[in-house]
Design a binder for this molecule. Structure first.
Ligand code: PLP
Length: 376
């Protein structure tokens, strides 16, 4: 017998999360998650799931019936799109301008697909001109995959223009909206997005661990025409939909994360109450306030102004500042988490998140005050 370890309950401090995610969770969302667990096939739970689906459709601005929350984080949403859609030998144009575009390429190759990469420098948006040239050179491409809001740099790409190109060249678009959903304009149906995934822990300000996903009719038709079953049993949408379809009786696929789904329902309910356009505007207003403060401290943005994400502000670390020491001082003395640079920007930039509930005036003020004291 191993000896039973004796620990006290874990009591996390109340931090202010201004990094790349997870973001500050709404108190109402934390309260929703603490409600009693009921069965995931309980009629009352199923009623909540029907509402949840409508709330997801609102957040994505889509009427796609295949709109669900995958029971796992954003990476599983990404994988859900690739494993269901891409079959061996199929060509996918993958746009890379940061960490997450490169992850898309890895997903394509693990599905046996052929990735053709369109590269843009870190900090720049995806270039629609380069994408169009590549689409012309590869008329056999079946998909166009890109990241709407690149969290590793803070760059926003033009999803509307890129999806229009996908449609024009008869490709299925696969869009990463992990950081964009709820924080910047995103219109799935109007922009003709075919497959999209997000995460619960960014601008939705929900607990981490769920991934909203939506497939258009065109994407669903592609899945239905597959020659072989999806290699992942868990992520196979044709099986998952037995639980999520809402048509008739829902049947067991896997045990739904009941309490996390209460949390997502509440986070999306709050978003719908605020109104999407108001939420987008609030993120923009708080970003402008933060940018003004950062500029007055002499900090320089990684991304040029027209492409800056309001919800993820990357600034270069000024000469002489100690990256690790400053971030740990903010954490320990101000209870404030900011993000380190990732990949090419590791040790060179900080990433300041203003996501969902975190996009508030008092957070901006605290962040500017802490940085001005510590950089003085
Ligand atoms: N895509 C983007 C743009 C992200 O920012 C992230 C996470 O930060 C992911 C995908 C992966 O999501 P998760 O960490 O929830 O698995």
């Amino acid at each position: 017998m191993l000896t039973a370890p004796q620990f006290t309950s874990f009591n996390p401090p109340r931090r202010i999360l201004m990094g790349p995610g997870p973001s500050d969770v709404y108190p109402q969302v934390l309260a929703a998650q603490a409600k009693p667990t009921i069965g995931h096939l309980d009629p009352l739970f199923i009623g909540m799931m029907d509402e949840l689906k409508q709330l997801l459709q609102y957040a994505f601005q889509t009427t796609n019936p295949m709109t669900i929350a995958v029971s796992a984080p954003g990476s599983a949403g990404m994988e859900t799109c690739f494993v269901n859609l891409v079959e061996p030998g199929e060509k996918v144009i993958v746009c890379r301008n940061g960490v997450f575009g490169e992850r898309m390429r890895q997903n394509v190759e693990r599905c046996g697909g052929v990735a053709v990469c369109v590269d843009n420098a870190w900090g720049e948006p995806v270039s629609p001109e380069q994408v169009e040239d590549t689409l012309k050179q590869h008329p056999d491409a079946r998909f166009l995959a890109f990241v709407h809001a690149e969290t590793s740099t803070g760059a926003l790409s033009d999803a509307k223009a890129l999806c229009a190109l996908a449609t024009q060249y008869d490709c299925i678009s696969i869009v990463d909206a992990v950081t964009s959903l709820g924080g910047v304009e995103l219109r799935v149906d109007e922009w003709g997005i075919d497959a999209i995934y997000s995460g619960s822990q960014k601008c939705l300000s929900c607990v981490p661990g769920l991934s909203p996903v939506s497939f258009s009719e065109k994407a669903v038709a592609k899945i239905q025409q597959r020659k072989r079953p999806v290699q992942s049993w868990f992520l196979d949408q044709s099986l998952v939909m037995a639980y999520w379809s809402g048509q008739g009786k829902r049947s067991y696929h896997h045990t739904a994360p009941v309490n996390s789904l209460y949390a997502l329902h509440e986070a999306l309910r709050l978003l719908a109450t605020e109104g999407l356009e108001h939420a987008w505007q609030r993120h923009r207003a708080m970003h402008q306030l933060l940018a003004k403060g950062l500029t007055s401290l002499g900090l320089e943005f990684v991304v040029a102004e027209p492409y800056r994400l309001p919800q993820l502000n990357s600034v270069y670390i000024p000469a002489g500042a100690d990256d690790v020491r400053l971030r740990s001082t903010l954490l320990n003395e101000y209870n404030l988490e900011i993000g380190a640079g990732l990949g090419e920007l590791s040790g060179r930039a900080w990433r300041l998140g203003l996501m969902g509930y975190g996009a508030r005036r008092e957070n901006v003020a605290l962040c500017i005050q802490a940085l001005s004291e510590q950089l003085a």
